[in-house]
Design a protein around this ligand. Sequence first.
Ligand SMILES: Nc1ncnc2c1ncn2[C@@H]1O[C@H](COP(=O)(O)OS(=O)(=O)O)[C@@H](OP(=O)(O)O)[C@H]1O
Ligand SMILES: Nc1ncnc2c1ncn2[C@@H]1O[C@H](COP(=O)(O)OP(=O)(O)O)[C@@H](O)[C@H]1O
Length: 642
Amino acid sequence: MSRPPLPQHCPTQRELDDLELLTSGAADPIRGFNEPGSPLTLSLPDELLTHLDEGNEVELVDPEGLPLARVSSVLRGVAVTPLTHAQHGPFRRLHLSPAAVREQYAGRTFVPVTDLMTDVQVEQLRGLGPVVLLALVGTGTPAVSPVGLLRATLRVAEAIDAEVVAVPLADHGSLADPALRISVLTSYADSDPVVELAYGGHLLPGLADIAEAERPRLDQQGLVLFFTGLSGSGKSTLAQALMDRLLEHGGRSLTSLDGDVVRRNLSAGLTFSKEDRETNIRRIGWVAAEISRHGGIAVCSPIAPFDETRQQVRAMVDQAGGAFFLVHVATPLEECERRDRKGLYAKARRGEIPEFTGISSPYEEPQDADVRVDTTGRTIEEALEDVVLALRTAGYVDLTAPEPTATAAPADPAPGPEIAEIVAAGPDVAPEPVDEEPSGARTTTGGTRSLRVLFVCTANICRSPYMELRSRALAGADSGIEFASAGTHGFNAHRVDRTMAEVLSERGVSADLVNGFASRPLTDDLIEAADLVLTAEASHRQFVLEEVPGAFRKAFTLAQFAESVERVDADLHGAELVTAVGHRRAGTAEHHDIRDPYRRGKAAAEVSADQIDALLQSVLRRLAQPATARTSAPTSVQTGDE
Ligand SMILES: Nc1ncnc2c1ncn2[C@@H]1O[C@H](COP(=O)(O)OS(=O)(=O)O)[C@@H](OP(=O)(O)O)[C@H]1O
Ligand SMILES: Nc1ncnc2c1ncn2[C@@H]1O[C@H](COP(=O)(O)OP(=O)(O)O)[C@@H](O)[C@H]1O
């Protein structure tokens, strides 16, 4: 008698990585999921857990449905019986078990790798003799994509005596991760030495193309513009108007996923039950995420009434490497019902349409919208402008630019002839700054007390000016945040480094801003006057703290702060956010300093600029006032009065 087929479950990518560690023996002595104290966990839907608890097995399959393992419940966790190894995926051949590695490469030195290598690191490797580079490609571990890390590591390996092995060690955000890392490395190295790569240096020039592909500029990154709101709020109208503006702007591949259109095609046959709505939104999210994976823009306009489903879409897009931009079309129910363009509200009120959003089915207001637009009493153009400005502020696309260019700049387009002069003239002495304030900020934004952000690097001519000027352009003139910069060994009154000036101008920072810049050394007064000090490297932060030890709750590396803001309440902004982060900050050690690109050529400057852009993106968005508190001025930013 044949047994009924086992119920199947497709784990998350992180869980699949863990499964591979378990079945290859790399996680030894851990052999199963959910062992006490182990970060290797598997979560299963309730019905499958019950099934396991009743003494049955569940089959784990990969996303294509290939059965990889069977799991069963045991006293202290979930036991795993391997069936097949994953067979697809780039560089699968590099995924070797510790046993295979011992057999082939015993006697070599083992070096874990998580990022594109620097010149210093390659020099270090040359001194180690034959090595095995263990590329840690598990979910969340590498600083770049797994495939980018492997391509780059193989390229380095060609130049030295090295073999490359892919190890799917994921980041679980667990306190047990460091111990797991040591244990996995030991599985591969056994009694051979394990050497950690040195910190610092400059990106290997031969990897610049991979670095560029890995960190696309914000205005070239895949983007999902997701409009949510009640029926009749204006989602389709605004989404369509935005599509038209994007088409006129040109240069990007665009796909519309309108709520009604999707329901007639991709989601034909689905009802408006909670379950079917969720399915509908996840389908839209899946397609949109794929579009963003390939650098396209997807404009979606379903009601999407449930927060959890919207979060799932955000996560899918995030995983695909795209950016998710949520527009809450917050036209109140009364206005939507007054419009009742399709006569649906009247029908719903008469009970002719069951589960109608806003009447007999809930709409959960987003708390995480990038911009909130109430269309009541406003023209379509006015309402659209809110979205256009928010998109520009976030740095994704500047539809306010008079003329589209191939390298569309996010803000302040068309650098004037002054830029050319700076570039030709070199980093000579700059004019005195116009309005030097005791706060250390070079400009103020009006009567109320603004949040003062001070950027710090070494000489204050390259990285920190880039941060300062780019922040100003991204945040806009009326942001309510003052941006300033200084150098731990700052030159006095020098211009922005010519290569960085070029990059700034290409990214739309106006010649006036770049021209008006004058470098300066960091002083205690500047540190004390700042509400937030963001440094390029951990060593700069150290310098700040040695000067003013009391600044430890407001001084961070830019990467550390960007990471830390994700850990605190999403409702906190401005000065409150800084305080909260001061109490819950991420460590600096694992984070990558923004390397000094000075005199390293254009490509290096662009790599640093990309890195800074990505970090500023998350930082500025969080420092700024939340969209829900805005009315007609989505770019306005909280002032730190309290
Ligand atoms: N019960 C019920 N509730 C809400 N809406 C209803 C319902 N029945 C039909 N319609 C029409 O379907 C459109 C909403 O479909 P969506 O796919 O956007 O909804 S959802 O996101 O799956 O909740 C919505 O279109 P828009 O007005 O463009 O939002 C309505 O016209
Ligand atoms: N400022 C505005 N922005 C968008 N739509 C508006 C605005 N003012 C009035 N409307 C009208 O509201 C209706 C919105 O319908 P629609 O865009 O189909 O909404 P949804 O897609 O959210 O159901 C349209 O008839 C539109 O002309």
